[in-house]
Design a protein around this ligand. Sequence first.
Ligand code: UDP
Ligand code: MG
Length: 138
Amino acid sequence: MREKTLAIIKPDAVKKRVIGKIIQRIEDEGFEIIKMKLLHLTKEEAKAFYVVHKDKHFYDSLTEFMSSGEIVVMILERENAIAHWREVMGATDPALAKPGTIRREFGFSVERNAVHGSDSRATADWEIGFFTEKMGLD
Ligand code: UDP
Ligand code: MG
């Protein structure tokens, strides 16, 4: 069944000027880009987006990083989009991600790992709602 997922190109990848390469990969993988926007989150907005991780040791550093520069937010649609995008991204830690994945190719560290992707249908709905309603991704 076709479904939607939320993808983000994180500030490290935008600064490395690999937006184009990542979007090419997204298209090559058969995703349709339904919405796309270049945004610069405030720290408060990054904290709201990652609220699920609020008790983790990396929450402050992660939200500082995610608000440190421009990001590209996209809604992607495809058959099995959520799981497929997770597979194309690779493991959270680029050093552990499989060769050929985006995080292996472009990630720098477990925090600065180039891309984000929703991890379930419920998360995708919530994350798409967050950017649609709060961030004007319309
Ligand atoms: N992260 C981090 N340190 C960790 C684990 C995660 O800085 O030990 C960051 C990393 O940028 C990751 C994000 O927090 O992408 C969200 O973590 P999650 O466990 O949800 O990983 P993901 O779903 O992005 O693979
Ligand atoms: Mg996650």
